[in-house]
Design a protein around this ligand. Structure first.
Ligand code: NAD
Ligand code: UD1
Length: 340
């Protein structure tokens, strides 16, 4: 049985990936400082899988703690989710973002190197494509960033590519996620945003529960199907399964590979709103507002490389994504209790 260290494993995508890993027969060790998640998630993972994963409440910024985790366990590979992810906040406190997402990640890579663990799956983001010239977006498109969060993703990609050049025995998958939404069909784990959600589906979900009055649609004058922004929403369970395929690839290859994880389909804000209304059986009131600064019109993935290299493609459609988001939201109206 292979042992996988999942950093950020009590977070949104990490918890779903942990469930898929356990169900596929891997042993999972989670490292998380519970900055944006809670211990309760471990119990939820156990309720779904029957297995309580081994857990280290540790910080990436503590190199000794990372070394200790690698000393105490024979870790075959790492899936690295831990990091800060709020775009607006990264503009306000860039040093904190660079410290956590870059210095923290460097500590992890050092600890892996020291322990002789050279297989890694890294959470990158479609944000590294900046404002793409065309869609669908291929992995070899030009890269640029518009905020410190995006820059931390791009820097990590470069660092890991350089590492693979310096030592060809490393195997690294850089996964560029499009827009993850949805939740595990059990309704036990899902996304618990802090404060007022910035992202579309968590916001709509709170309108549906009555927590927010109406959806603010950021602009309807884009060159899209109905004028509102178009994104490639992907079910978090599909995304989690993409990590298992990436891991299998890492176990049988060396070098660095970059892969988009999206569905290849774009949906507008109003199309998502309509799908959510169908899922929850309620009307979602909305108002058209000015464009949100920094937003792009259209973003969706070219998924050919994921299919060819990993043998993976997304299976869930937008209706199932909204159904599962609503299922989680209605069962956990205040999210999963946070540690702080
Ligand atoms: P999340 O906030 O739910 O999970 C991240 C976890 O990392 C949290 O549990 C948090 O407590 C932990 N963490 C943060 N800093 C840490 C540190 N220094 N030491 C230990 N643990 C730490 O986020 P998520 O949505 O699950 O995202 C996971 C990864 O995927 C992140 O790297 C994120 O940038 C990336 N990503 C997310 C999205 C998205 O829309 N959710 C899109 C693209 C990429
Ligand atoms: C945002 C981040 C991106 C990150 C991604 C996933 C920005 C500029 N980009 O992308 O870096 O990788 O989240 O976490 O923040 N919308 C509304 N009303 C809302 C919320 C969103 O109309 O209340 C619209 C947006 O204008 C956009 C679409 O919905 O057209 C999706 O927005 P969002 O969920 O925030 O994701 P992204 O903007 O794609």
């Amino acid at each position: 049985m292979k042992t996988i260290l999942v950093t950020g494993g009590t977070g949104y995508i990490g918890s779903h990936t942990t469930v898929e890993l356990i169900q596929a027969g891997y042993q999972v060790i989670i490292l998380d400082n519970l900055y944006n998640s809670s211990r309760e998630v471990l119990k939820r993972i156990q309720a779904i899988t029957g297995v309580l994963p081994k857990f280290y409440e540790k910080d990436l910024l503590d190199p000794a703690a990372l070394q200790m985790v690698f000393k105490e366990n024979a870790i075959d590979a790492v899936i690295h989710f831990a990091g800060y992810k709020a775009v607006g906040e990264s503009v306000e406190i860039p040093l904190t973002y660079y410290q956590n997402n870059i210095a923290g990640s460097l500590n992890l890579y050092e600890a892996m190197k020291e322990a002789g663990c050279r297989k890694l799956v890294f959470s990158s983001s479609a944000t590294v494509y900046g404002n793409p010239q065309s869609v669908p977006i291929r992995e070899d498109f030009p890269l640029s960033t518009t905020n410190p969060y995006g820059t931390t993703k791009l820097f990590n990609e470069r660092i890991l590519e350089d590492l693979c050049i310096s030592d060809p025995s490393w195997s690294v998958l850089l996964l560029r996620y499009f827009n993850p939404i949805g939740a595990h069909p059990s309704g036990l784990i899902g996304e618990t945003p802090n404060g007022i959600p910035n992202n579309l589906v968590p916001y709509i979900a709170q309108v549906a529960t009555g927590k927010r009055e109406f959806l603010r649609v950021w602009g309807n004058d884009y060159d899209t199907v109905d004028g509102t922004g178009v994104r490639d929403y992907i079910h978090v369970v599909d995304l989690a399964q993409g990590h298992l395929k990436a891991l299998e690839y890492a176990f049988s290859h060396t070098g660095a590979e970059t892969v988009n994880l999206g569905t290849g389909n774009g949906y507008s804000v109003l199309q998502v709103k309509n799908a959510f209304e169908k899922a929850c059986g309620k009307e979602i009131p909305y108002q058209i507002m000015e464009r949100r600064p920094g937003d792009i019109a259209i973003c969706y993935a070219d998924t050919a490389k994921a299919k060819k290299l990993l043998g993976w493609n997304a299976r869930y459609g937008i209706d199932e994504m909204c159904r599962d988001s609503w299922n989680f939201q209605s069962k956990n109206p205040n999210g999963i209790e946070k540690a702080q």
